[in-house]
Design a protein around this ligand. Structure first.
Ligand SMILES: Nc1ncnc2c1ncn2[C@@H]1O[C@H](COP(=O)(O)OP(=O)(O)OP(=O)(O)O)[C@@H](O)[C@H]1O
Ligand SMILES: [Mg+2]
Length: 814
């Protein structure tokens, strides 16, 4: 059946009758070659019909793809006339067909046919206005399409080539339309545009829009990809870390540790500030890798905070009587010292807040300063900590280093408190006089803050970086001498002097304390060892020379050691009684010659008395006169003050030469050498003045000095004797040296009460006011009275019209 076309009214329309194939999801444009799978009966019939004729079909899209059996209205009115190029029947009855679009056509009418659609169509000729605008549009479209193809991976890139080589704008527009991935309705709309320029324009618009969408899509895709990569990487890494940590089994441990810390912070009573700090640090720690170096720093810090005694206290005993008893029990003698300490405790017992001065025990080594402080702790039921300040020269040792330093730690104050485990210990600051200052800051000023009751409730350690309350701590300091203590520190302390012990006191201490202590320490019993008092005295005299009892204790310990050896060898029950002879077996040859008194009276040798940090000492002063030109040499490691004192003594003797029977011009003819032996011990102070003058006078006069007299006193140019310090120690030293008589400045008479009566019985004290008295007493003169009578008659001061010396106004020197 051929429906021959007749000419239509419209010129560019040619009328035809062709079978119609409704297409579900595609719009076919002219010039397109498309394979189609045809399954619906009606369509297969249409194809068969076409095959019997000239193979022409109309290919028109359905409005809705889903409609299986479309009615006339379900089909768009504009389609494409196509040619069947190939047809293949498939085994399942469907047909694969290759068609080529030829020309647009509009359905005019559906012809009645039950088997398939047959339609009368008008072929549509395109309207092309060959203008510049069309040309420009074409070019733009090609460019836009290129971009589109690059962005849209679904279109093969060869399309760009074939499109750009097309000259016919209508064909170009259709080819592009065919390849666009857009909605069916839109494609249909393009198909229906007969005017080519309009079609180009519409297409251009659509492509631009699509490009924009594609670009956004691409951006999103890239972002998503990146995100994916990142999360993937993170996920991967964290999985890896988990695996590693699991392997090491530490994650859980760390969690446990954190929990424990949290618990400890919760339960520990700290200051508000410290609690806040601890919580902050814990938060930081949670965010750290458990093995990181910083984590260790934070852990250490928390550990310090948590192990300090913030609220922990020991309950103090405030019973003064008991404290007194306890001190008495541990220490022999020291009556005044104990009294002062008990007074101090009494004040503290009455006043809750300790704002009183700090106790400072001053005295030579081994007199029991440290052990007294321990006793105080015991008597008041406080913990005891000791911090030696000897050699501390860095402020940071007191106050700690800031946490920025690796390996930094709190200062010694905080360290000691941790050791004490309570916030109210007795805190002994040993050797305050041995601190030194250098460029690293002044430890004394840091210490000042520690000791000052006005400031020490907010003591700030650099490491802790939060305030700690030191006000409950009972500070006690010790020193060997007051000289090295900075004044502001000294100002805050109550000085208690411990001078040293007499021989008898030492014997008592040894018998009652040192011996039992050492016997116990060496695992012996009282039965094993017996030392009579006389032998303890011998040990004191021949094996020690000290103001305290430390060396005595050491010697006793060494006896105990040897006895312990014997006990092991010979059985537990042996008894050893030390005899005078046996002593050397236990302790070796005596270390000191007891009694330093010279063997006989000698010319140019006098005995002075010195005060040192280790107590009193006998000083043997030697003077030799040799021919020369009046040079004065002083040797024996003497300090400046002592040297000046020697010069003053020399000048005084020169002024007295005439009366003492010395050649008036002696100083032009001789050199004088003053020497104080035992050069290793540094000596200073003016108190050897009269002893030096005596030795010079003796050497020049060739008259011996009495060996049984020791002397101490400063000399002025006019021969006046000025008072000295440390009288008790000096007299004790004379006693140790078995010297029966001591010359002492008259102005020191008031200090006599400090000296034990037992000593005064053995050592006679003579007071002197003037050098003349000294010489009169100390030189072995045949008729001393005569000489000094002469001297007084022609007293040099009167003679030369000088004012008589002003009495000394009580400045104590030593
Ligand atoms: N009066 C005393 N009664 C009993 N024992 C004493 C007495 N004096 C000192 N001791 C004992 O002597 C020894 C030394 O005393 P300690 O260590 O306290 O001396 P120190 O004054 O602190 O000396 P340093 O200045 O060298 O520190 C201790 O074993 C102490 O118990
Ligand atoms: Mg000590």
């Amino acid at each position: 059946m051929i429906f021959n076309s007749n000419k239509d009214t419209i010129e560019n329309v040619k009328e035809l009758s062709v079978p119609l194939i409704p297409l579900r999801d595609i719009v076919i444009f002219p010039h397109m070659v498309v394979p189609l799978f045809v399954g619906r009966d009606k369509s297969i019939k249409a194809l068969e019909l076409a095959m019997t004729q000239d193979k022409s079909v109309l290919l028109a899209a359905q409005k809705k793809a889903k409609t299986d059996d479309p009615a006339q209205d379900d089909i768009y009115k504009v389609g494409t006339l196509g040619n069947i190029l190939q047809l293949l029947k498939l085994p399942d009855g469907s047909v694969k067909v290759l068609v080529e679009g030829k020309k647009r056509a509009r359905i005019k009418e559906f012809l009645p046919s039950p088997e398939c659609f047959i339609v009368k169509v008008d072929e549509v000729n395109e309207e092309l206005d060959d203008t510049l605008e069309t040309e420009a549009l074409t070019r733009n479209l090609v460019k836009a399409f290129e971009t589109y193809v690059k962005l849209n991976k679904k279109i093969p890139p060869e399309m760009i080539m074939s499109v750009s080589s097309m000259e016919d704008p209508a064909r170009l527009a259709d080819t592009i339309s065919a390849h666009l991935v857009i909605k069916l309705q839109e494609k249909q709309a393009i198909l229906e545009l007969i005017n080519v320029t309009h079609r180009l324009e519409r297409l251009y618009g659509i492509i631009e829009g699509e490009i924009e969408i594609l670009e956004v899509e691409q951006r999103i895709r890239q972002r998503v990809k990146k995100q994916m990569e990142k999360t993937q990487k993170e996920y991967y890494l964290s999985e890896q870390m988990k695996a590693i940590q699991k392997e090491l089994g530490e994650r859980d441990e760390f969690k446990g540790e954190l929990q424990e810390l949290e618990e400890r912070i919760k339960n520990k009573k700290m200051s508000k500030e410290a609690t806040k700090k601890a919580k902050q640090e814990l938060k930081k720690l949670k965010l750290m890798a458990p093995m990181a170096a910083e984590a260790t720093v934070v852990r250490n810090y928390l550990d310090w905070l948590l192990s300090l005694p913030w609220a922990e206290v020991t309950e103090e005993k405030k019973d003064i009587n008991e404290a007194e008893k306890s001190l008495e029990k541990d220490h022999y003698g020291l009556k005044q010292v104990k009294e002062r300490i008990v007074e101090h405790l009494a004040v503290h017992g009455l006043v809750e807040e300790m704002k009183g001065p700090i106790l400072c025990l001053v005295g030579p080594p081994g007199v029991g300063k440290t052990s007294l402080a321990k006793s105080i702790a015991k008597a008041t039921n406080r913990k005891f900590v000791r911090l030696s300040l000897g050699g501390v020269r860095d402020e940071a040792e007191i106050r700690g280093h800031r946490r920025t330093y690796i390996g930094s730690m709190p200062g010694k104050i905080i360290q000691s408190l941790k050791k004490a485990g309570a916030n109210n210990p007795v805190f002994l600051l040993d050797e305050v006089d041995k601190m030194s200052t250098d460029f690293r800051g002044d430890p004394a000023s840091a210490l000042l803050e520690v000791l000052d009751p006005e400031q020490n409730h907010t003591f700030n350690d650099h490491y802790l970086d939060c305030d700690y309350d030191l006000s409950k701590v009972m500070f006690i300091t010790t020193a060997n001498s007051l000289q090295g203590i900075p004044y502001p520190l000294l100002d805050r302390m109550e000085i208690i002097r411990i001078a040293g012990y007499t021989e008898m006191e030492k014997v008592h201490i040894a018998r009652r304390f040192l011996l039992p202590k050492q016997i116990k320490a060496h695992g012996l019993s009282d039965v094993n060892l017996e030392i009579p008092d006389a032998l303890i005295l011998a040990v004191i005299r021949r094996y020690t020379r000290e103001a305290g009892v430390r060396n005595l204790e050491r010697e006793i310990a060494s006896i105990c050691r040897k006895v312990a050896k014997e006990v092991l060898k010979r059985g537990k029950d042996i008894k050893i009684k030390i005899s005078a002879k046996g002593l050397a077996k236990y302790l070796g040859v005596p270390k000191y010659r007891y009694g330093r008194m010279e063997e006989k009276d000698e010319i140019g040798v006098s005995t002075g008395l010195a005060w040192t940090e280790t107590g009193g000492e006998l000083l043997s002063i030697e003077v030799t006169v040799v021919p020369g030109k009046g040079k004065l040499t002083v040797t024996g490691k003497l300090g400046d003050v002592m040297k000046e004192s020697a010069e003053a003594a020399f000048t005084y003797i020169r002024s007295r030469a005439e009366f003492l029977g010395i050649d008036k011009d002696f100083y032009q003819k001789v050199d004088i050498h003053i020497h104080v032996p035992e050069g290793a011990i540094p000596k200073d102070g003016p108190s050897a003045g009269i002893a030096m003058a005596t030795a010079i006078a003796s050497a020049l006069m060739k008259v011996p000095v009495r060996k049984d007299i020791a002397m101490t006193g400063e000399i002025t140019l006019r021969g006046k004797v000025l008072p000295i310090g440390g009288l008790k120690e000096k007299v004790l030293a004379a006693h140790r040296g078995m010297i029966p008589r001591v010359l002492v400045p008259k102005e020191n008479e008031k200090d006599i009460k400090e000296i034990p009566a037992t000593i005064l019985k053995k050592v006679e004290i003579s007071f002197v006011e003037h050098m003349d008295d000294v010489l009169k007493a100390a030189l072995v003169l045949e008729k001393p009275e005569e000489i000094f009578k002469k001297v007084q008659e022609k007293d040099i001061y009167q003679k030369e019209g000088m004012p008589t010396p002003v009495p000394n106004n009580g400045i104590i020197t030593h």
